[in-house]
Design a protein around this ligand. Structure first.
Ligand code: SF4
Length: 320
């Protein structure tokens, strides 16, 4: 059996007394794009940083290519962690303004001490193939368009020869047409280089277009996960339904079925008792305020954490 590209089991991430990620598990299969979706503040960036090795887990287990990092010798952990590269949402934060495009693209090779004429030729050819021709090499980041800067960041990520890219809102702030180009590029690079992507976004149009599977996060936990087709056509968790219904371009048939969420995302400092979504859920019942639903796998293969998944007829309620 092929090893998973990555797995996270029962991950908990705490900042002081605040628990930002609470018992989260996810699996990324080789060659797939998994979307991680949720409102800002739900913990998705903490998950991205933990997977990229920038944030320690308070508890839980991260495995890359089937090998658990916990318990591995430090040198092995570093090697495994290098297989994951993070594509930042704002390239300005990852591209030094003092380096030219050429120096920026060569930097990851130099850091890894793998710089050679061959490795540079490989990276320069990759850059050329995605529209970063030689004429751009002497330019500085401020002389690039938004789309070009994202491509430079992408080349830097790929220069480290990862097997997994964690893309955190990679299209944020781009025009629709540039967004489309970047998404097509990400897809073709994934297929060409056999990469797996964890694609973090709150933009459901983008997620619906590029992902194979989706996990929906709410207040530090996964509330529903399954194939993109399943979740977008028949969302079972009330929160998934609300997210989709508020995004009118995802499915125009839902225009008359809009679910408006009450209130704001509660503070992770004091998560609600029972189901964390109960204070905003349009179909909450008494049990929801006291008993936390477990993430259960339904007969159609998706996993849902709700006592009453879908009241629209396509999935049976799991409990009373
Ligand atoms: Fe809503 Fe209850 Fe399901 Fe939570 S468990 S999502 S409150 S119906």
């Amino acid at each position: 059996m092929t090893a998973l590209a990555l797995s996270l089991k029962n991950a908990i991430i705490r900042y002081g007394r605040m628990t930002a990620v609470d018992g989260l598990s996810l699996e990324l299969r080789p060659g797939e794009t998994l979307g991680l979706v949720g409102e800002s503040g739900c913990g998705k960036t903490s998950v991205a940083r933990a997977i990229a090795g920038l944030q320690p887990l308070s508890s839980g287990e991260l495995a890359i290519g089937g090998e658990a990092l916990g318990g591995s010798p430090a040198a092995r952990r570093r090697d495994l962690q290098r297989k994951v590269q993070l594509l930042f949402q704002d390239p300005a934060s990852s591209l030094s303004p003092r380096l030219t495009v050429g120096a920026l693209m060569a930097e990851p090779l130099k850091i890894r001490r793998t710089y050679s004429a061959e490795s540079w030729a490989r990276i320069a050819a990759l850059a050329e193939s995605i529209g970063l021709g030689k004429q751009l090499l002497p330019r500085y980041p401020h002389q690039l368009s938004g789309g070009q800067a994202r491509r430079v960041a992408l080349v830097r990520a790929i220069a480290a020869e990862p097997s997994i890219i964690v893309a955190d809102e990679p299209t944020a702030g781009l025009d629709i047409s540039v967004q489309g180009e970047l998404l097509n590029l990400l897809r073709s690079l994934r297929d060409r280089l056999q990469l797996s992507y964890l694609f973090i976004s709150h933009n459901l149009n983008v997620v619906g277009r590029v992902t194979d599977r989706v996990a929906i996060m709410y207040l530090g936990q996964i509330v529903e996960s399954g194939s993109t087709r399943q979740l977008f056509s028949t969302p079972a968790h009330p929160y998934t339904r609300a997210l989709l219904s508020s995004n009118l371009t995802v499915d125009t048939q839902r225009r008359g079925d809009r679910i408006v969420l009450k209130g704001e995302l509660p503070s992770p400092h004091e998560p609600p008792t029972g189901c964390r979504f109960h204070g905003r859920c349009p179909v909450a019942r008494a049990v929801c305020a006291t008993t936390q639903p477990r993430l259960e796998t339904l007969s159609d293969g998706r996993a849902v954490a709700c006592h009453f998944p879908s009241e629209t007829g396509f999935v049976q309620a799991m409990t009373g």
